[in-house]
Design a binder for this molecule. Sequence first.
Ligand SMILES: [Zn+2]
Length: 556
Amino acid sequence: MGNENIESKEIRSVAIYMRVSTSLQEVQDTINNQRLALVEYADNHNFKIIKEYADEGWSGDILKRPGLDQLRLDAQNKLWDAVLIYDPDRLARRYSYQEVIMDELTERGIETLFFTIDPIKNENDQLMYEVRGSFARYERTKIAERFRLGKLRRVKSGYVLTTEAPYGYDYVLNKGKKGTPDYVPGHYEVNEREAKIVKEIFSWVADLKITLRSIVRKLQELGIKPRKSKRGVWNTSTLSTLLRNETYIGIAHWGATISTVPIKPLKDDRYRKVKKTSRRMRPKNDWHKIVVPAIVDEDVFVRAGLQLKKNFELLGRNKKNDYLLAGVIFCSCGHRRTGEGPQHGKHLYYRCTDRVYSFPLPPNCREKGINARIADEAIWQRVKTIMSTPELMLKQIERYIKEGRNKGASGSTIDMESTQTELVKLQVQEDRIAVLYSRELITLKKFQEYVEPVREKIRQFEDQIIKANLEKTPKNEILLPNPKEIAIFAREAEHKLENLDFGRKQLLVRKAVNKIIASPGTLQVYGFLNLSEIHVFLFTNDRHCRFTKCGKIHAF
Ligand SMILES: [Zn+2]
């Protein structure tokens, strides 16, 4: 690392950066303590603090934090000479991550100073810093493991760890002093009122073979509310979990699930504070059993389980119907519409999901279902017609250009030069991550994790540049395909579109259509035909793509 010039430059202004994670071991280590130490350090060295950055509740495993991102952005404008941080650990957990950020700052002539470490002046310091980093990590792993072992020990001595008892039980906190005869560890006790309802629920399923939906309705009519629910009603998934919970036959479990990074995050949040937001089941052999008082007989429990399985099969969920517009069709009330299987052998419908969310309360939305076969056919014909009719495509292009020009006139242009510079910087950053990976400083998983946000930004900048170019050139002759190209495309498309299977049809519709807002009688369609992309999609055999210059067409 090129740190030789550190002493030659005088530091006058600094930024301070602070971070606290949510993990229990670090509760006392507040942002404020870090801040006080840093302010004192700055005072002692006559540094002027220009700006403060903080990430509260962010894991050090994640580099994409709002405070740190802002700091890196400001570093580009060189608002300060150095960044002052309490400890390398606050910057990032892993040494390789720390190095990436520090390299980035060094390249901009910005120094990184740590309260807990003397400035790195030579190779020896550097080595110490690296060794220190790996020890810190080792320590953390050790603490986490100790913490887990401590919990496990308490479970083994009959101590129930969850404070949240399942419906039907109360959690009783430990009583008395540990080691004395009157000591009682924390445990579950039967809540008689709730236990009666649990018994009823099991019996309804096991003996009367009632469906979960009917039970939801029944409980609603009886005015029996679940413990926690915004709407004050039960739902089928809570009931299904309840009916499978072995606690009711006297066996509670600890360690059945483990927190993990979600495979399919619900929301594509730009920032996520904690990585492991999802839970995964551990193999059943690894569960730790805790004996608790039973509420239902094992026989009832088993029969209820069998009945649930039967109900599920009767629902016919395994039967797949093909819905061309799945995922893109919405109701005028804003909720999604989903394909619903044939009701009593009748037609397929796209129905508003509002009623699903409202159940068992009456739905807010009164919109009727849309006949799926008719809607699918209408949209498919429209896509096909546009793609195989040059005149229609040209008309759409004209409209698009006109709209683009109007937008351009309203003055939403970007600074092309700085965008280009940013783009180059990002590409350099991407390369740097690749180097980290090739030097085996990070694993492939970490590499992907780290490179993805950079690539995402690169894509955004590229899009901006393309858009700005479109707005700049009124005639768009350079970027959009010419009539001859469109004619060729349309002729080939007409033929290809006839022979698509359902899967490819659906893919194509998803490529072309962003959103359909459907009410009975009207389908409002929003979408783009990205000719180059669709060309590649339809004509994957021709390696050369005629529409390399990206022709986007407003399709509808
Ligand atoms: Zn609706």
